[in-house]
Write a protein that binds this ligand. Sequence first.
Ligand SMILES: *Cc1c(COP(=O)(O)O)cnc(C)c1O
Length: 358
Amino acid sequence: MQLNQIIRPDVLAMTAYKVVECPEDCLKLDAMESPYEYSDEMRAELAKQLAHTPIHLYPTPKAQGLPQMLRERVGIVEQADIVLGAGSDELIRLLTMLTGQPGSTMLTLEPSFVMYRVNAEFFGMKYVGVPLNEDFSLNLTAVLEAITTHQPQLIFIAYPNNPTGVPFAKTDVEQIIAAAPGLVVIDEAYGAFSSHTFLPEAGLSEKLVVLRTLSKIGFAGLRVGYAVGHPQVMHELRKVTPPYNMNQLSLTAAKFALQYPQFIDEHINKQKSERERMRTMLKTWSQVQVFPSEANFITMRVPDAQALWQAMLDHNILIKNLHGVHPLLEQCVRITVSKPEQNQLVLGVMQQLYGTQS
Ligand SMILES: *Cc1c(COP(=O)(O)O)cnc(C)c1O
């Protein structure tokens, strides 16, 4: 069999999203996972609930009541409808499928989450990436001009942005939504770490879809994300969603997680205060340019990103080297904020490389 006669040429030409395998006992700070795990008592309780999950049955549309729980816990307005996804990654794909056809256009900001562009290509959409300013703030004039020129069916805005962490002014994003002729998806994967959100507005306008996920707040392994939007748009989104995309074990574990909001909130608050402590420490090195962050990671520009990445790996710490990902990310790295003692290890490696802080 000749694969190149069977498989789409654009797929053959693609490189797969690279998930880096961490060496044994490595401190994994490349993917914004939470460092916090359940106590033995909580694990035992979760195990009991998992044992009673009906895995012989498909999940039902009510999804064990998870959407209803999210509505109450997260504060989703009554007018809004919720669609669950196997991570917000699946919802990004489904929203692209919903609007993507030859001749339609996706607009995003650059640099941002790479999966937007990947999905645009999968569904044959024209892709327009509007560069951010050099300080990673939003170039509103450029975005509004691009909207006028390209009339995109779909806009993705990561809010706060990944891989930069920099927040955008809410009023700027509101202007983008007002100017957009189609759907605007506000991807709030890091919403829990920010003081701004579009959740209260979700459901009020057909244009606005807000994406949220449990991944960055402690449960990346569950693969549970959700889209919140206008009922008519969510109705269409359901048509392209596989009927049983969620799995019973994840639904049970997600409901369990939401029953202990204090576990989640405590760790979010710890990561937020560690983020600020880290940023203050990092700024004392004159060689390091630290960007603002409203997420659970810090992006910074260093003299040699590859050298820092390697020095971290030599100490069994995996960070993300962003150099080469986009021209604006020259010599940048991204580091997940972790527990205080682990963050100290990061600072220790940097001290070896850059000397004692001034
Ligand atoms: C991590 C991330 C996602 C993917 O989240 P999952 O729910 O784990 O699929 C989506 N958007 C952005 C901006 C992210 O950083």
